[in-house]
Design a protein around this ligand. Structure first.
Ligand code: GDP
Length: 359
């Protein structure tokens, strides 16, 4: 039995929680890890399937963790959730920073989210791995949508490669679906091929654009337009309205350069003013029409199966690459080969071939 006198002061620490645990980031991480360890994968999965948002957030944190124990547990949760997933529509939204993505999603989200159609908003933000800062996450975003009880917003997954971030987002989609979310919006910025990654995980891909930003041709060159199921020219208001109308004609013309989608769909161009809540309802109707058409001829399922096949290859490639670069011998020899290239003592091809034999 303890001989210590009990504290009389109200300023005493709670038993078992030191100041260090409250203020020290490493201690906080340890505390969170411990909390995640406490609940079994089975319990976590059951809670998610019942619609428990806290369990969902915990499981997504496990997915995002670099700790191998967490990854193993996350995989277990994912396997248990998988039979309950797939029952949703997934919509990708992309556009340069400042085009109005969060404003648009806020309006769209409040239109579509109901108790029968719960909405999850996930973000793919590769900028955080490229620039160590987040383009999507740094500002306060979607302040109104956050308050909507039928909406779950999860900021961008952390990761040091687009492949990693994209995988985590795909796995988060599965958990959100198992948790009962019927619509999943996945937002991304047009950085480092993130559009391609998002395009390959959604049923409908929407490209937000600005009129007269001089990037129309760039978009065409970079092939983003080819990916879009709809182009929405935002900020079609005030002095910008006329320019937006002209841009609409230009985009329509540009879209004719591409063949229709595999299901015969010809991408549409719309004007919106997210800030004035104009045109967003029409954008939603268009998405609904598209989904109705693609579900009626089974294109919806065929596309998802194709996407899963793509992700199988993608995962193999990511994993081969990661194993290669983390291999101890490769790490050492890579530096020597880089030096040899600097000194013109070898060719990149010979060096690569040699390094590949080390695995
Ligand atoms: P994001 O970086 O793509 O998420 O863009 P935001 O939604 O944060 O919007 C960037 C800026 O554009 C903000 O100041 C918004 O208020 C403004 N904005 C967004 N949509 C519209 C719109 O439809 N019309 C006008 N005039 N401004 C808008």
């Amino acid at each position: 039995m303890s001989t210590k006198k009990p504290h009389k002061s109200a300023l005493k620490n709670q038993e078992g929680v030191s100041i260090d645990e409250i203020t020290n980031p490493a201690a906080i991480a340890k505390f969170k890890a411990k909390r995640n360890k406490d609940i079994s994968a089975k319990k976590l999965a059951h809670a998610i399937i019942k619609g428990d948002i806290t369990a969902l957030s915990r499981a997504i944190t496990l997915i995002e963790s670099a700790n191998p124990d967490h990854t193993a547990k996350a995989n277990e949760v994912l396997n248990l959730c998988l039979p309950h997933a797939n029952n949703s529509i997934r919509i990708g939204i992309t556009g340069v920073p400042g085009v109005g993505k969060s404003t648009f999603i806020e309006v769209l989200g409040n239109t579509i989210a109901t108790s029968k159609n719960k909405l999850a908003v996930l973000a793919v933000d590769p900028s955080s791995s490229v620039t160590k800062g987040s383009i999507l996450g740094d500002k306060t975003r979607m302040e109104n949508l956050v308050k909507n009880k039928n909406v779950y917003i999860r900021p961008s997954a952390a990761g040091n490669s687009l492949g990693g971030v994209a995988r985590k987002t795909r796995e988060s989609i599965i958990l959100c679906e198992a948790c009962g979310f019927k619509t999943i919006l996945i937002e991304t910025v047009g950085v480092g091929q993130s559009e391609t990654a998002v395009h390959s995980m959604v049923d409908f891909f929407l490209l937000l654009k600005l009129a007269g930003a001089g990037d129309e041709l760039q978009g065409i060159k970079r092939g983003i337009i080819e990916l879009a199921d709809a182009i929405v020219i935002n900020k079609a208001d005030g002095d910008n309205l006329q320019k937006a109308k002209i841009a609409k004609t230009e985009f329509k013309r540009a879209l004719h350069l591409y063949p229709p989608k595999n299901n015969g769909w010809i991408p549409k161009v719309l004007l919106t003013s997210a800030i004035e809540n104009k045109g967003v309802d029409e954008a939603w109707s268009l998405i609904e029409t598209y989904l109705k058409i693609s579900k009626s001829d089974d294109y919806f399922n065929i596309k998802r199966i194709e996407q899963n096949k793509f992700w199988l290859y993608q995962t193999i490639e990511d994993s081969l690459k990661s194993n290669f670069y983390h291999h101890k011998k490769v790490k050492e020899e890579l530096q020597l080969q880089l030096k040899a290239i600097e000194l013109n003592e070898t060719t990149p091809f010979a060096a690569a071939q040699y390094l590949l034999t080390l695995l």
